[in-house]
Design a protein around this ligand. Structure first.
Ligand code: FMN
Length: 312
């Protein structure tokens, strides 16, 4: 056999042996079981422990794990030594000293981390929220001119809608997907013009056409439904949304931003529109609080989520 042939035969033998490792007796390919996992990284900034999810520091915050994830892996850092992990609730998650947290049942648990850095002991904590449900946050929100968001509670201009801020916080805290409910015809940016359109749509019991639909609707168990209060009701686009989907077997959890009306009668209106749906207690917050007091907003949302998601 000349040299080229020898190499070719050698290669073929290698490929056969290698591929047979991944074949079951019935000839079907077996791949190494893919463990569903998400990951966090440790670091240090100004002598403090940082727990990174992507670029976000989640130390002291709630990190939600999407349904289906079985483990959270926390990887260490060369600057740190003697890293230790403890779980506040081993029924929800157990963590070993390599930073591998195994998620056991829905709920919340804190992982406390201690490590040596420059001969000092530093500590950090992260709360992990484990959910078994697939969650969607569907919301309507309008940026532009609005009431009570300018100086001294005057009319002002906002780049991001108040409800959108709340929707994004809920999604981050629950591991949910986001869907923005948008109408084909945009609402006026001018506040007074928008009130005129909203009033007219209400009088006509309109169903404004929506721009896009939710992908993989059937896969969701829970839908957080968010909206601003418009003229003591939901924007009419919310009725279009509620009438466009089959909500049987799903749970709706409403939330709204407003400037004094609270949830108005919107929970009853949702129930009337989807009698078959299960509902949980809604959440309301003033739009200007959501816009300008993010910390307070986050704390209020977290308190409510403990009731409606963690069951506490
Ligand atoms: C057309 C329109 C009607 C509104 N009607 C009410 C109302 O009846 N009661 C209330 O408390 N706030 C009302 N507001 C204030 C909004 O509910 C509040 O600014 C909300 O946070 C806006 O959310 P967004 O920025 O996500 O659109 C109205 C705002 C608009 C634009």
């Amino acid at each position: 056999m000349d040299k080229v042939k020898k190499i070719a035969v050698g290669l073929l033998a290698f490929v056969l042996v290698f591929s047979s490792c991944f074949m079951a007796g019935n000839g079907k390919k077996i791949y190494a079981a893919q463990e569903k996992s998400s990951s966090l990284k440790l670091s240090v900034s100004n002598g403090k422990l940082v727990i990174l999810s992507g670029k976000k520091n989640m130390a002291g915050r709630t990190y939600a794990v999407k349904s289906g994830i079985k483990t959270v892996r926390i990887t260490g850092n060369k600057k740190l030594s003697k890293v230790k992990y403890t779980s506040s609730n081993k029924k929800v998650l157990a963590v070993n000293n390599k930073g591998k947290a195994t998620l056991k049942k829905p709920g919340r648990a804190d992982i406390k981390i201690t490590a040596k850095y420059n001969k000092k002991t530093i500590t950090g904590k992260i709360t992990i929220r484990v959910t078994s449900k697939k969650i969607l946050v569907a919301y309507f929100s309008r940026a532009g001119q609005n009431w009570n968001v300018g100086p001294d509670n005057s009319i002002g201009n906002i780049k991001k809608g108040n409800t959108e801020i709340v929707a994004e916080m809920i999604a981050e805290k629950t591991g949910a997907d986001l869907h923005k409910i948008q109408t084909k015809k945009a609402y006026p940016s001018d506040y007074m013009e928008c009130v005129k359109v909203a009033n007219k749509e209400q009088e006509e019991d309109a169903r404004p056409e929506l721009k896009s639909s939710v992908k993989n609707w059937d896969s969701y168990d829970v839908v957080f439904l968010g909206y601003p209060i418009w003229c003591a009701d939901m924007p009419m686009a919310l009725y279009t949304f509620l009438e466009s989907y089959d909500f049987s077997g799903k749970t709706i959890i409403p939330f709204c931003t407003n400037e004094g009306s609270g949830l108005a009668d919107t929970e009853a209106a949702i129930k009337e529109s989807c009698p078959e749906v299960k509902m949980k207690q809604g959440f309301e917050i003033e739009g200007n609080v959501a816009q300008y007091s993010r910390k307070k907003t986050g704390q209020k949302i977290e308190k409510w989520l403990k009731k409606v998601i963690d069951g506490k």
